[in-house]
Design a protein around this ligand. Structure first.
Ligand code: HPA
Length: 247
Protein backbone atom coordinates (compact mmCIF):
# COMPACT_ATOMS: atom_id res chain seq x y z
CA UNK A 1 0.00 0.00 0.00
CA UNK A 2 1.36 3.42 -0.87
CA UNK A 3 -0.45 6.39 0.59
CA UNK A 4 -0.68 9.83 -0.99
CA UNK A 5 -1.98 13.06 0.49
CA UNK A 6 -3.38 15.77 -1.75
CA UNK A 7 -3.25 19.01 0.23
CA UNK A 8 -5.71 21.82 -0.47
CA UNK A 9 -6.04 25.44 0.60
CA UNK A 10 -4.21 25.90 3.89
CA UNK A 11 -2.14 22.77 3.30
CA UNK A 12 0.33 23.60 0.53
CA UNK A 13 3.02 21.83 2.49
CA UNK A 14 3.33 19.69 5.62
CA UNK A 15 6.17 20.90 7.78
CA UNK A 16 6.46 17.57 9.61
CA UNK A 17 6.96 15.72 6.32
CA UNK A 18 10.59 14.67 5.97
CA UNK A 19 11.20 15.11 2.26
CA UNK A 20 13.31 12.38 0.66
CA UNK A 21 12.91 13.40 -2.97
CA UNK A 22 10.56 14.69 -5.61
CA UNK A 23 9.20 13.39 -8.91
CA UNK A 24 7.89 15.30 -11.89
CA UNK A 25 5.48 13.23 -13.97
CA UNK A 26 4.22 14.15 -17.44
CA UNK A 27 0.87 12.63 -18.31
CA UNK A 28 -1.24 12.25 -21.46
CA UNK A 29 -3.57 14.81 -19.85
CA UNK A 30 -0.98 17.51 -19.22
CA UNK A 31 0.95 18.62 -16.19
CA UNK A 32 0.03 17.85 -12.57
CA UNK A 33 -0.38 20.77 -10.15
CA UNK A 34 3.18 20.48 -8.76
CA UNK A 35 6.07 18.04 -8.40
CA UNK A 36 5.14 15.02 -6.27
CA UNK A 37 7.04 15.12 -2.98
CA UNK A 38 8.24 11.77 -1.67
CA UNK A 39 8.57 11.91 2.08
CA UNK A 40 8.06 10.35 5.48
CA UNK A 41 5.35 11.18 7.98
CA UNK A 42 5.26 9.36 11.32
CA UNK A 43 8.07 7.20 9.90
CA UNK A 44 5.86 6.02 7.00
CA UNK A 45 6.73 6.69 3.39
CA UNK A 46 4.13 8.66 1.47
CA UNK A 47 3.66 11.04 -1.43
CA UNK A 48 2.41 14.61 -1.08
CA UNK A 49 0.89 16.78 -3.81
CA UNK A 50 -0.17 20.44 -3.45
CA UNK A 51 -3.52 20.50 -5.29
CA UNK A 52 -3.41 24.23 -6.02
CA UNK A 53 0.33 24.22 -6.82
CA UNK A 54 3.13 25.64 -4.71
CA UNK A 55 2.83 28.62 -4.43
CA UNK A 56 -0.94 28.27 -4.10
CA UNK A 57 -2.19 29.78 -7.37
CA UNK A 58 -4.31 27.26 -9.38
CA UNK A 59 -8.02 27.94 -8.71
CA UNK A 60 -10.38 24.95 -8.16
CA UNK A 61 -11.89 24.95 -11.66
CA UNK A 62 -8.44 25.09 -13.32
CA UNK A 63 -6.86 22.19 -11.46
CA UNK A 64 -5.77 19.37 -13.76
CA UNK A 65 -7.45 16.65 -11.69
CA UNK A 66 -6.80 13.99 -14.32
CA UNK A 67 -3.05 14.69 -14.45
CA UNK A 68 -2.85 14.66 -10.64
CA UNK A 69 -4.58 11.29 -10.29
CA UNK A 70 -2.79 9.76 -13.29
CA UNK A 71 0.58 10.91 -11.92
CA UNK A 72 -0.12 9.36 -8.51
CA UNK A 73 -1.13 6.08 -10.16
CA UNK A 74 2.11 6.11 -12.20
CA UNK A 75 4.09 6.48 -8.97
CA UNK A 76 2.51 3.32 -7.53
CA UNK A 77 0.07 5.01 -5.15
CA UNK A 78 -2.82 2.79 -4.04
CA UNK A 79 -4.66 5.07 -1.63
CA UNK A 80 -5.24 8.81 -1.49
CA UNK A 81 -6.41 11.14 1.26
CA UNK A 82 -7.63 14.42 -0.21
CA UNK A 83 -7.63 17.29 2.28
CA UNK A 84 -9.97 20.18 1.47
CA UNK A 85 -11.10 23.46 2.99
CA UNK A 86 -14.91 23.71 3.08
CA UNK A 87 -17.79 25.83 4.27
CA UNK A 88 -19.99 24.36 7.01
CA UNK A 89 -23.73 23.87 6.37
CA UNK A 90 -24.79 21.25 8.94
CA UNK A 91 -25.20 22.35 12.58
CA UNK A 92 -22.24 20.18 13.63
CA UNK A 93 -19.93 21.72 10.99
CA UNK A 94 -18.73 24.93 12.64
CA UNK A 95 -15.45 26.71 11.85
CA UNK A 96 -12.26 24.64 12.34
CA UNK A 97 -14.26 21.38 12.55
CA UNK A 98 -12.85 18.34 10.76
CA UNK A 99 -15.20 15.98 8.91
CA UNK A 100 -14.75 12.70 7.07
CA UNK A 101 -17.62 12.78 4.54
CA UNK A 102 -19.27 9.55 3.45
CA UNK A 103 -21.34 10.94 0.56
CA UNK A 104 -21.12 13.68 -2.02
CA UNK A 105 -23.18 15.63 -4.53
CA UNK A 106 -21.43 17.14 -7.53
CA UNK A 107 -22.63 20.61 -8.59
CA UNK A 108 -19.47 21.43 -10.56
CA UNK A 109 -19.53 21.70 -14.35
CA UNK A 110 -17.23 21.95 -17.34
CA UNK A 111 -14.36 20.06 -15.69
CA UNK A 112 -12.51 17.19 -17.35
CA UNK A 113 -14.14 14.61 -15.11
CA UNK A 114 -13.38 11.17 -16.58
CA UNK A 115 -10.61 9.04 -18.05
CA UNK A 116 -13.24 7.08 -19.99
CA UNK A 117 -13.95 9.50 -22.83
CA UNK A 118 -11.87 8.83 -25.94
CA UNK A 119 -10.57 5.79 -27.86
CA UNK A 120 -12.67 3.39 -25.81
CA UNK A 121 -12.98 -0.30 -26.54
CA UNK A 122 -16.20 -0.31 -24.52
CA UNK A 123 -18.23 2.18 -22.51
CA UNK A 124 -17.32 2.07 -18.81
CA UNK A 125 -19.48 3.10 -15.85
CA UNK A 126 -17.75 2.91 -12.47
CA UNK A 127 -19.78 2.08 -9.38
CA UNK A 128 -19.91 5.19 -7.17
CA UNK A 129 -22.56 4.13 -4.64
CA UNK A 130 -20.04 4.76 -1.87
CA UNK A 131 -17.90 7.57 -3.33
CA UNK A 132 -15.28 7.30 -0.58
CA UNK A 133 -13.41 4.13 0.33
CA UNK A 134 -15.17 2.71 3.42
CA UNK A 135 -11.98 1.00 4.67
CA UNK A 136 -9.77 4.09 4.29
CA UNK A 137 -12.44 6.20 6.00
CA UNK A 138 -12.55 3.72 8.88
CA UNK A 139 -8.77 3.96 9.28
CA UNK A 140 -8.95 7.75 9.50
CA UNK A 141 -11.84 7.59 11.98
CA UNK A 142 -9.98 5.07 14.16
CA UNK A 143 -6.84 7.22 14.01
CA UNK A 144 -8.89 10.22 15.18
CA UNK A 145 -10.27 8.21 18.09
CA UNK A 146 -6.81 7.02 19.13
CA UNK A 147 -5.28 10.48 18.85
CA UNK A 148 -8.35 12.04 20.52
CA UNK A 149 -9.01 14.42 17.65
CA UNK A 150 -12.58 15.66 17.47
CA UNK A 151 -14.16 14.88 14.08
CA UNK A 152 -17.54 14.48 12.44
CA UNK A 153 -17.34 10.90 11.19
CA UNK A 154 -19.81 11.34 8.36
CA UNK A 155 -21.46 13.98 6.21
CA UNK A 156 -22.41 14.85 2.64
CA UNK A 157 -19.96 17.01 0.71
CA UNK A 158 -21.39 19.25 -2.02
CA UNK A 159 -18.90 20.30 -4.69
CA UNK A 160 -19.51 23.70 -6.28
CA UNK A 161 -17.72 25.19 -9.25
CA UNK A 162 -16.16 28.24 -7.63
CA UNK A 163 -14.02 30.18 -7.47
CA UNK A 164 -16.71 32.45 -6.04
CA UNK A 165 -18.44 31.48 -2.81
CA UNK A 166 -22.15 30.63 -2.89
CA UNK A 167 -25.31 32.70 -2.49
CA UNK A 168 -27.68 32.24 0.46
CA UNK A 169 -30.22 30.62 -1.88
CA UNK A 170 -27.64 28.18 -3.24
CA UNK A 171 -26.69 27.09 0.27
CA UNK A 172 -30.41 26.70 1.20
CA UNK A 173 -30.83 24.46 -1.83
CA UNK A 174 -27.74 22.46 -0.88
CA UNK A 175 -29.02 22.09 2.71
CA UNK A 176 -32.36 20.86 1.28
CA UNK A 177 -30.44 18.39 -0.86
CA UNK A 178 -28.78 17.03 2.29
CA UNK A 179 -25.34 18.66 2.03
CA UNK A 180 -23.48 19.20 5.31
CA UNK A 181 -20.34 20.67 3.73
CA UNK A 182 -19.59 22.78 0.66
CA UNK A 183 -16.26 22.83 -1.13
CA UNK A 184 -14.88 23.34 -4.63
CA UNK A 185 -12.31 20.58 -5.15
CA UNK A 186 -13.88 17.31 -4.03
CA UNK A 187 -14.93 16.46 -7.57
CA UNK A 188 -13.95 15.14 -10.02
CA UNK A 189 -10.98 14.08 -7.84
CA UNK A 190 -12.90 11.34 -6.00
CA UNK A 191 -14.43 9.87 -9.17
CA UNK A 192 -11.15 9.92 -11.10
CA UNK A 193 -9.46 8.06 -8.24
CA UNK A 194 -12.22 5.42 -8.41
CA UNK A 195 -11.77 5.14 -12.20
CA UNK A 196 -8.10 4.36 -11.54
CA UNK A 197 -9.10 1.85 -8.81
CA UNK A 198 -7.41 3.88 -6.08
CA UNK A 199 -8.91 3.96 -2.57
CA UNK A 200 -9.85 7.58 -1.88
CA UNK A 201 -11.10 9.40 1.22
CA UNK A 202 -11.56 13.08 2.07
CA UNK A 203 -10.67 15.06 5.17
CA UNK A 204 -12.70 18.29 5.12
CA UNK A 205 -11.61 21.22 7.26
CA UNK A 206 -14.29 23.84 7.88
CA UNK A 207 -13.02 27.34 7.11
CA UNK A 208 -16.28 29.27 7.61
CA UNK A 209 -20.02 28.94 8.00
CA UNK A 210 -21.43 28.68 4.48
CA UNK A 211 -23.29 31.72 3.05
CA UNK A 212 -26.35 32.70 5.08
CA UNK A 213 -25.91 30.10 7.84
CA UNK A 214 -24.88 32.99 10.09
CA UNK A 215 -25.39 36.68 9.31
CA UNK A 216 -22.84 38.72 7.40
CA UNK A 217 -20.31 38.32 4.64
CA UNK A 218 -17.59 35.68 4.53
CA UNK A 219 -14.12 37.23 4.71
CA UNK A 220 -10.76 35.82 3.67
CA UNK A 221 -9.39 36.88 7.07
CA UNK A 222 -11.97 34.66 8.82
CA UNK A 223 -11.22 31.76 6.46
CA UNK A 224 -7.46 32.02 7.06
CA UNK A 225 -7.85 32.24 10.83
CA UNK A 226 -10.07 29.13 11.03
CA UNK A 227 -7.96 27.17 8.58
CA UNK A 228 -4.89 27.85 10.67
CA UNK A 229 -6.49 26.04 13.62
CA UNK A 230 -8.29 23.39 11.55
CA UNK A 231 -5.28 22.42 9.44
CA UNK A 232 -3.11 21.94 12.55
CA UNK A 233 -5.69 19.35 13.65
CA UNK A 234 -5.84 17.87 10.15
CA UNK A 235 -2.05 17.41 10.17
CA UNK A 236 -2.27 15.69 13.56
CA UNK A 237 -4.93 13.41 12.05
CA UNK A 238 -2.80 12.69 8.98
CA UNK A 239 0.14 11.78 11.23
CA UNK A 240 -2.05 9.46 13.28
CA UNK A 241 -3.49 7.88 10.09
CA UNK A 242 -0.03 7.40 8.56
CA UNK A 243 0.95 5.40 11.66
CA UNK A 244 -1.76 2.88 10.70
CA UNK A 245 -0.58 2.58 7.11
CA UNK A 246 1.54 -0.34 5.97
CA UNK A 247 4.52 1.28 4.27
N1 HPA B 1 -17.89 27.42 -0.11
C1 HPA B 1 -17.19 26.67 -0.99
N2 HPA B 1 -15.92 26.33 -0.78
C2 HPA B 1 -15.33 26.74 0.35
C3 HPA B 1 -16.01 27.51 1.30
C4 HPA B 1 -17.36 27.87 1.05
O1 HPA B 1 -18.03 28.56 1.86
N3 HPA B 1 -15.12 27.76 2.31
C5 HPA B 1 -13.97 27.15 1.97
N4 HPA B 1 -14.08 26.53 0.78
Amino acid sequence: MTLAIIGGTGLTQIEDLTIIGQERVSTPFGEPSAPFLIGELSGKKLIFLARHGNPHCIPPHKINYRANIWGLKQLGVTEIIGVAAVGGIGAEMGPAKIAIPDQLIDYSYGREHTFFADDLQHVTHIDFTEPYSPSLRQRIIQAAQQAQIDIASQGTYGCTQGPRLETIAEIKRMANDGCDLVGMTGMPEAALAREQELAYANISVVANWAAGIVEGEITMAEIEKNLHVGMANAIALLKATALFSET
